[in-house]
Ligand binder design. Structure first.
Ligand code: GLV
Length: 354
């Protein structure tokens, strides 16, 4: 009716074009509605689940909630709806927990390693696995290892024992220039540790699965390369990732090849070390001592012989602790990259395990 109000030419224009405009309008609204619906579903489906054991999840939850105020960040087991989680942040999560999240897209380790995920979770093929690569981790690991080396070559442990009986007894010590260090594992952290020890004046020999070139370090690879490193090493530092190939690599056969009275520092994984072999080698004086930060069972069981052993120093897996502030930036970038369909940072090969 109201069309009658228009002048004749306007009337004709409207009669001709109105159905098209109406169609365009309806088509457009449908598109917009669908888009809004999709975006809403996408947003609703993008919550982050923090799945930790042996680590306090609260600092992570607080930091992520502050930096991502629009995102639902939940701490397992308080998960409202498993279907909406697309991003899981993990540290030693319960075995197969991740299969409960049907729409999971990314599994993010909050450490440099992923063995705590690969050995305990069943990941479908389309899951993206990522880890933390952070200069803070490399720097902390270097400092820890350096403290262990210096305390060993200057014999601080012996003086600690002597002091108990008020013994004033000088012991010969070693200088940096006289010490050869073997570094097993030349990934991000291992290569940083090796090159920085080399820069201090130690002779450093590094070993990895594939050939590498690292400053201040002579690099070796493969089985023959491992022999070459072990046979000239005074202090062996293990920073390997834990895989089927590296399990038990710190065994009697390998450790017996080290220089007499060698020292072992294990900051890789407990599973690298054959514990009884270490006890036997210390007993038979093949090895001088060991500094161990990682163990097959953590926390180290109360009755474990390592606790009281005079030649073993233990620390509770603290060599390089993830810095929540800097590492959360990596997590946030990855979360955003997932949303925007971009490539994620620090993706790990599920097949290779590192
Ligand atoms: C520590 O062990 C880590 O994996 O970052």
């Amino acid at each position: 009716m109201f069309l009658m109000w228009f002048k004749r030419n306007e009337y004709i224009t409207l009669v001709l074009y109105e159905p098209y405009m109406l169609l365009i309008f309806l088509y457009g609204s449908k598109k917009i509605l669908n888009f809004m619906k999709r975006t809403k579903i996408k947003q609703a489906c993008m919550s982050i689940a923090i799945c930790f054991n042996n680590k306090d999840p609260k600092p992570w939850a607080e930091t992520l909630r502050k930096k991502l105020p629009d995102v639902e960040v939940e701490i397992y087991p308080d998960i409202k709806d498993y279907e909406t989680t697309t991003f899981a942040l993990c540290w030693k999560a319960d075995r197969d927990l991740l299969t409960r999240f049907p729409n999971l897209k990314v599994v993010q380790s909050v450490g440099a390693s992923v063995d705590h995920i690969l050995n305990y979770q069943t990941l479908s093929e389309d899951i993206i696995l990522s880890r933390i690569v952070d200069d803070n981790l490399s720097a902390d690991m270097f400092e820890f290892v350096l403290a262990g080396i210096m305390s060993h070559i200057k014999r601080f442990d012996n003086y600690g024992l002597y002091a108990k009986d008020q013994q004033w007894q000088p012991i010969p010590y070693k200088s940096i220039k006289d010490v050869t260090i073997g570094v097993l594992g030349l990934g991000k952290i291992g290569s940083y540790v090796a090159s920085n020890l080399g820069a201090l004046g130690f002779t450093v020999k590094g070993w990895s699965r594939t050939p590498k070139e690292i400053e201040n370090t002579t690099c070796y690879f493969g089985e023959a390369g491992l022999r070459d490193v072990l046979q000239s090493t005074d202090i062996l530092i293990n920073i390997l990732p834990y895989t089927k190939q590296t399990e038990d690599i710190l065994n009697a056969k390998n450790l017996k090849q080290l220089n007499p009275e060698a020292y072992l520092i294990n900051v890789g994984r407990g599973e690298h070390l054959v514990e009884n072999d270490l006890l036997d080698l210390l007993e038979s004086k093949y090895l001088f001592g060991a500094l161990l930060d990682v163990f097959r069972t953590e926390p180290l069981p109360m009755d474990h012989p390592f606790w009281q052993h005079e030649k073993i120093k233990t620390t509770p897996h603290i060599a390089a602790i993830t810095n929540v502030d800097s590492a959360s930036e990596i997590v946030i970038s990855n979360y955003r990259n997932l949303q925007e369909g971009k490539k994620l940072l620090n993706v790990v090969s599920i097949a290779d395990g590192y």
